[in-house]
Design a protein around this ligand. Structure first.
Ligand code: FES
Ligand code: FE2
Length: 365
């Protein structure tokens, strides 16, 4: 979805204070932005077997994302149709034959169909009491859901221009994962990842391996769209030498670096490299608290200690932790009565200007 606006007309200033802290704005954001949009849940390897599930929470909503008997992934609201009890309370797990409500024992098939309603009156008609379903789509192995009322445009169509076919992403496994809770509005965390203007001052480990000025330019948006996609971003020096593990890049892939996607409206990013893929999904936990789920995936047959080591993820982890501390500090500044939106650096914060525009467009939609 290209936004019909010239780059020169993009916002010159950052977001307003209320957009970062107001509970009313946060509620509107859930309605206009978070629930109808596509949200990253997990990698499909986390739902490898029938009955495996991951619970996905979004400020009051809870959804069970589960591998069904039919092999498909289903997204079911975690709300029993009887008295509304959650069906699962664990963050992830495996259910046996069915989802069984712990309150009075109603049970549901893994596609949400109501199956048994113990001790209900004899003429009780179960028709219409299936679990409510959310939309689900698996895109390049990444599982997303949407709580939209109407069927949303598919991710494959929305991200049609973000081509990862140069990588074999069919069989991956998680080599590194972290769940972060951060005390800031999600947009502060997301915006921090759109620029490297702050990198020189704040990421000493990253700066030792990255030519920071060039890297900063590489993060700039190419066009005004709901996502920023760079097919061939130069690799960090030493990446190929350091790993050399099981390749993910296809032999006919002409890229020499990595392929980057930062999907503003999905609050999701994906960086595919020679032998690893990094993804992260951002979510609000409240007006000024958010979470990030970050994964690094490798070939399913890659062996730790042979094809990769945990040390290879050191920079990813350190940089993320440095960013988390930074964005929490920024949030404190934005609470001040003296805060007002500041000017963007046109060269180094181009993607931030695009984000500001597409975010506001989404909120108006
Ligand atoms: S609330 Fe689920 S069976 Fe009663
Ligand atoms: Fe950073």
């Amino acid at each position: 979805m290209a936004v019909p606006i010239a780059v020169s007309e993009l916002p010159q200033l950052g977001l307003e204070q209320y957009e970062y802290i107001s509970p009313e704005h946060h509620a509107l954001e859930l309605e206009r932005f978070w629930r109808p949009g596509w949200r990253f849940v997990c990698h499909e390897s986390e739902l490898a077997a029938r009955g495996r599930y991951v619970r996905f929470d979004l400020v009051g909503d809870s959804v069970i994302v589960v591998r069904g008997d039919d092999g498909a992934v289903h997204a079911l609201h975690n709300v029993c149709r009887h008295r509304g009890s959650p069906l699962v309370t664990d963050q992830r797990g495996a259910c046996r034959a069915r989802l069984v409500c712990p309150f009075h024992g109603w049970s549901y098939d893994l596609d949400g169909t109501v199956r048994t309603t113990p001790k209900m009156h004899d003429d009780f008609d179960r028709t219409g009491w299936d679990l409510r379903r959310a939309w689900v789509e698996v895109w390049n192995g990444m599982v997303f859901i949407s709580l939209a009322r109407e069927e949303p445009e598919s991710i494959a169509e929305r991200l049609a221009g973000a081509d990862f076919s140069g990588y074999d992403l069919s069989g991956l496994k998680i080599a590194w994962e972290r769940d972060y809770t951060i005390q800031c509005n999600w947009k502060i965390a997301w915006e921090g990842g759109l620029e490297c203007y702050h990198c020189g001052l704040n990421h000493p480990d990253l700066c030792r391996v990255v030519p920071i000025d060039d890297y900063g330019d590489q993060l700039n948006a190419r066009e005004v769209a709901e996502y920023d996609y760079i097919p061939d971003r130069p690799n960090l020096p030493g990446v190929e030498r350091r790993r050399g593990g099981r390749a993910l890049r296809r032999e006919d892939n002409p890229a020499s670096g990595s392929t980057a996607l930062q999907w503003h409206l999905g609050a999701f990013e994906m960086f595919a490299g020679v032998d690893a893929v990094y993804v992260a999904g951002f979510l609000p936990l409240g007006p000024t608290t958010c979470s990030i789920r970050a994964l690094t995936l490798v070939h399913e047959n890659a062996v730790e200690g042979v094809d990769y080591t945990q040390a290879a993820f050191h920079i990813t982890e350190v940089t993320r932790e440095e960013d988390n501390a930074l964005v929490e500090i920024v949030q404190r500044g934005i609470f001040s009565s003296a805060y007002e939106p500041g000017p963007f650096n046109e060269r180094l914060e181009a993607a931030n200007r695009v984000f500001t525009q597409v975010y506001r467009d989404a909120m108006r939609a």
